[in-house]
Design a protein around this ligand. Structure first.
Ligand code: IPM
Ligand code: MG
Length: 359
């Protein structure tokens, strides 16, 4: 029986995860999957309860689990805490601790939502791209880092610094994930870097080119990150798989989410080398709408489909969840973020119920 650790987190986390658990429980009840679910604390709620955003008990449970289902962490309540206690450190901590280096962020436009994007429908209709973001390296984790008082031009002042750093092996393993994913898709990888300025991304480009030799059937291209940001809104359908580092991937995946109409639709998987993974929506904890039954649970529900696919190897169950979401959209059921005139507006719970009914 697969062990799943469920971490609702902060803000809308509780509400959206509850709907995703409903979907997993429905599959469990009819015998389609066999799971053991436990819950854990992470982020702001964990700081409140234990003083630590990634408490030891959660560490123990997460290491023992086959997969983690996460809502979201953070909120203004914890904004003034010292950095090591910030909720985001809990999220970065669990990613690093479980070695979840490969972050898969698909951006798929549902035909039913082609009008929900702020871009013209013909620019985004039929879009299906995959951003592969490296998740445990780069300037997010590089040392040294800090804020210090130093002499600058003979005068003492504060200096802030972080280190952008990648090793060859880190680049090679994420490049392989991207090439393997492309093989199952349209066989094209675009690697995004800033090699015209940054040495670390010169190495990135060199190693991606070396790795590509093992994948002669996959077409490799390269793009500078500023151009990639522009191309994503100019003509997003030119991409199949985009592979990039932690920082650029963070930015480009938020941008890509908006091509689909709502950040409330995008799931993600963060995987280690052995198929263990953490699954979470790419959006945040949205404290402004927390507790109001307003949040869109579909990104989290679609994250359970990724969990079924990648950690439980149950493609059939994954496709059923995705088909159920599609059927609910066909029926015109919409949360506020994707609502348009003529559609049926529902809350978080009703959306979850509709997906379960469509299963
Ligand atoms: C994300 C988020 C996180 C990140 C934050 C909350 C630390 O923006 O998952 O994209 O920067 O990775
Ligand atoms: Mg982000």
């Amino acid at each position: 029986m697969a062990k799943i650790l469920v971490i609702p987190g902060d803000g809308i986390g509780q509400e959206i995860v509850a709907e995703a658990v409903k979907v997993l429980s429905a599959l469990q009840k009819e015998g389609a999957i066999a799971l053991e679910m436990d819950t854990g604390l992470l982020g702001g709620c964990a700081v409140d309860a234990t003083g630590d955003p990634y408490p030891e008990e959660t560490q123990r449970k997460a290491r023992a689990a086959d997969a983690v289902l996460l809502g979201a962490v953070g909120g203004p309540k914890w904004d003034n805490l010292p950095r090591p206690q910030r909720p985001e450190r809990g999220l970065l901590g669990i990613r690093k601790d479980l070695n979840l280096f490969a972050n898969l962020r698909p951006a798929v436009v549902y035909p039913q939502l082609a009008n929900a994007s702020t871009l013209k429908a013909d620019v985004v209709a039929g879009l299906d791209i995959l951003i592969v973001r490296e998740l445990t390296g780069d300037i997010y984790f590089g040392e040294p880092r800090g804020i210090e008082t130093r002499a600058v031009n003979g005068k003492q002042e504060r200096v802030g610094f972080n280190t952008m750093i990648y090793s060859e092996s880190e680049i090679r393993r994420i490049a392989k994930v991207a090439f393997d994913a492309a093989r199952k898709r349209n066989k094209r990888v675009c690697s995004v870097d800033k090699m015209n300025v940054l040495e670390t991304t010169q190495l990135w480009r060199d190693v991606v080119i070396e790795t590509a030799k093992e994948y002669p059937d996959v077409e490799l291209s390269h793009m500078l990150v500023d151009n990639a940001a522009m191309q994503l809104v100019r003509n997003p359908k030119q991409f199949d798989v985009i592979v990039t580092g932690n920082m650029f991937g963070d930015i480009l995946s938020d941008e890509a989410s908006m091509l689909t109409g709502s950040i409330g639709m995008l799931p993600s998987a963060s995987l280690d080398e052995h198929g263990k993974g953490m699954y979470e929506p790419i959006h945040g904890s949205a404290p402004d709408i927390a507790g109001k039954n307003l949040a869109n649970p579909l990104a989290t529900i679609l994250s359970t489909a990724m969990l079924l696919r990648y950690s439980l190897n149950n493609e059939a169950a994954a496709q059923r969840v995705e088909a159920a979401v599609s059927r609910v959209l066909d029926a015109g059921v919409r949360t506020a973020d994707i609502w348009e005139a003529g559609m049926k507006k529902v809350g978080t719970r009703e959306m979850g119920d509709a997906v379960v009914a469509a299963l």
